[in-house]
Each structure stands twice: as C-alpha cells, then as structure tokens.
Write a protein that binds this ligand. Structure first.
Ligand code: SF4
Length: 391
C-alpha cells in the first residue's frame, strides 16, 4: 500500500510566538509561513508583506493606516501575529564637524543604546553602525561600553529600529549626502552573544520583504567568539569582521578578556575552518601608541594573518576609558600600514569619525550615564530618566 505524502512542516527560524511580535522581530520567511498557517494564501501573504515593507521602509505610513490597506483576510492574519515596528525614543541626536551623527536612543524599558551614522569622506557612501546589546559582557579594557557589563540583549525589532531612526535623522540633517546603504554591527555589544536576534535583524535588513539592503553591504563585527563562528556563517548572510587589536596572546588577553578562553590560534583555526569559499574576513586593529604599533608588532600581525583571506582596517585609537591607550603619531600609523602593504596585505587606515561628539562605542551613553549620576538629587533619583532607566 502506498501511504499518502504528508505535507512537511515548514522549517522555522523561530518558534511560533504566543503573543504577536513586532514586524521586524520576525524573520520574513517565518512570517510568510505563519501567515499561511493561519489562513492566508501564499500569494496573498507575500503581497501583504511586500505592502508592509514598502509602507514601513519607503513611505513611512503609520501602522494603523498601513493595516487598513490590506485585504480583510490578510489583515486579520497579520493582526494575529504582528504588532507595529518598535519605536525607539531619541534622547540625543548630535552631528559632528565631519558630518557623522550620533544618536542616543531609549528603549521601551528605559535603556540607552547608541547608533552612529558615518558618511564616507567623499559623501557618496553612508554607513550606519548598530548596537546589538545594551552594554556588553566582554569587558574589553579600551571600550566604554564594556565598563557597564551586559544589561540585556536587544531584540531584532530593536536592532532594526535603529536603522529607521538613523534614516529619519539622516534625511532631516544631511539630505544632500548619500542615503544609508551600508550597515555595520560595531556599536554596543558583542553580536555573536546575541546571534539569534542579530540573524533575524540581518534577514530583515536584507530581505526584499524588509529593508531590501544588499547583504554585501552588511558587516557583523565580533571580538572573536571562535566557537560561534560556524553558527554565524550558517545563520547569517553578511560579512564578518574580527576585532584583533593585538598581535600576540599576552597583550590581547590583557586588553580583551575573551582571549584567555579563545586565543589567537583558536580564532584563526575557526576562521580557516568556517569561512565560506570565496569570502574574506575584515580584521580590525586599533593602533595604540607604544603598545601595539611598532614595526615588530606589524611583523607579528603579518604572521597571524598568513594564509587567511583578509582585509585589514587600521584604526588610530579614539580616546577611551584607559588614558594609557592613546593613538600613535600619524607617521607611525603610515609606517605600520606600509609594512602590511609591502607584504601584499590589503590594509586601510580608518580614521575615527565624530571624535568631537564621543564617536567611539559607548562614549555618548557613558557621558549621559555620568551626567545623570551628577544630576541625581539627594534621594538618588534622576529627574530626566524614566522609572526603569538604567542610569
Ligand atoms: S569592544 Fe565590543 S566586545 Fe569589547 S567590550 Fe566593547 S562592545 Fe563589548
């Protein structure tokens, strides 16, 4: 006897939620599957999601108005599963002399996160730097964010909402410059420590039923969580950047506690094993004066890079929490770059943006935290912060 073919269950990236999720907290493919399961025809569901994407990303249509444009069945199905996209409250939005903008955004439960919009020097390309966590548990010594520890992960909806707020601010303040088309996850947090939400956010950013950016314009930066690199490439269609910052284990462990558990050899081996064919990894290396910027350090760095398909970004240090870790003189930066270039390694110098507005990760939130502490009255209450504010 032949058994009838049973329909196979859809492979979902996330479990069906008991309560609706915000639009951008859904992986677009999962949402399509779920809409079909609750009664939409596939084509109807696909059309409805395209309409929602256009309304939220292109025409900025208010959510109730957007829902009203859907057919009756599609609207009922959407209302079962989806609520309006997350809105983050803009607490601070400041521009720097080099046109970089830094936004300080408040989540619904009062936490502050940073989002930075960075134009290229020619004004033809604009990049947004997104946060993936509130605070960070990795505690790198040169990073302001690391000082607060991890407070919580951001949801995919909160990650994507940063792009929306950044676009609004950018269109208002710098309409003459290129629109935001590039995304880097180099803000607050370690993205691989919040991989599921980051993966969903990247899917929303790059899907035609989402923001529709090219995945080639999205880069996720890790401090080097080697055991998650395999999962990253399985779940996320984006470039990977690795923050290296030191050419040997002794210094890296001193500045980046992750290195004690996941040393340079382990990190390199994970990259060699899991980097998809034809792809390269972006290596970021902050240059600190008298600490990691001598030619002997460049030589050590070249040794670690050997055999890896890489591009290197050399970043003269921004002032951070450790006054010992300043930038080297420009001449030394160029010599370090030349050493790498002469050995066939593509190395760019990336000058820090927005120094006059606290451009480095966590600086603006840190400044607000300190201001809030200074503002606290005798009862210890910050008058400007919400009841649940972490300040
Ligand atoms: S540099 Fe990145 S990983 Fe390290 S503490 Fe800062 S946010 Fe976390």
């Amino acid at each position: 006897m032949l058994w009838p073919m049973l329909p196979t269950a859809p492979v979902l990236h996330q479990a069906t939620p008991a309560t609706p999720l915000s639009l951008d907290s859904w992986h677009p493919d999962d949402l399509l599957e779920q809409l079909v399961l609750v009664g939409c025809r596939t084509q109807q569901a696909r059309q409805a999601l395209l309409q929602l994407a256009k309304g939220t990303w292109q025409t900025a249509t208010p959510w109730p108005v957007l829902l009203a444009t859907l057919g009756k069945t599609a609207r009922k199905s959407v209302e079962l599963l989806v609520i309006a996209p997350v809105e983050l409250q803009v607490t601070d939005d400041r521009g720097s002399a080099d046109a970089t903008r830094k936004l300080l955004l408040r989540t619904h439960d009062g936490h502050l996160i940073e989002t930075v919009v960075i134009p290229s020097t020619t004004g033809t390309r604009t990049t947004v730097c997104l946060s993936s966590q509130v605070g960070c548990g990795r505690r790198c010594t040169f990073c302001e964010t690391g000082r607060s520890g991890l407070i919580r992960n951001l949801t995919a909806g909160e990650i994507v909402a940063q792009l929306r707020q950044a676009q609004r601010s950018w269109q208002r303040h710098s309409p003459e410059l290129a629109p935001i088309r590039n995304v880097v996850f180099m803000g607050m947090g370690e993205p691989l420590d919040n991989l599921a939400e980051v993966a969903t956010a990247v899917a929303v950013l790059t899907h035609d039923r989402g923001a529709g950016l090219s995945w080639r314009h999205v880069t996720v930066s890790t401090v080097g969580v080697a055991h998650k690199i395999s999962a990253f490439f399985e779940q996320v269609q984006a470039h990977l950047a690795v923050s290296l910052h030191a050419p040997d284990d002794a210094r890296r462990s001193e500045w980046m506690p992750i290195n004690a558990r996941c040393d340079l050899a382990t990190l390199k081996s994970a990259l060699l094993q899991h980097l998809p064919p034809g792809r390269e990894v972006l290596v970021e290396y902050i240059l600190f004066a008298d600490r990691n910027s001598a030619l002997a350090d460049a030589e050590l760095l070249c040794g670690w890079l050997a055999g890896l398909p890489v591009r290197v970004n050399l970043i003269p240090a921004n002032p951070g929490p450790d006054p010992q870790l300043g930038a080297p003189p420009a001449e030394q930066v160029w010599q370090f770059q030349k050493y790498l270039l002469d050995r066939g390694i593509r190395a760019m110098v990336r000058h820090p943006h927005g120094r006059d507005i606290g451009g480095a990760c966590g600086q603006l939130a840190g400044a607000h935290r300190r201001e809030a502490v200074n503002r606290q009255g005798p009862d210890g209450v910050d008058e400007d912060a919400g009841a649940n504010a972490p300040l």
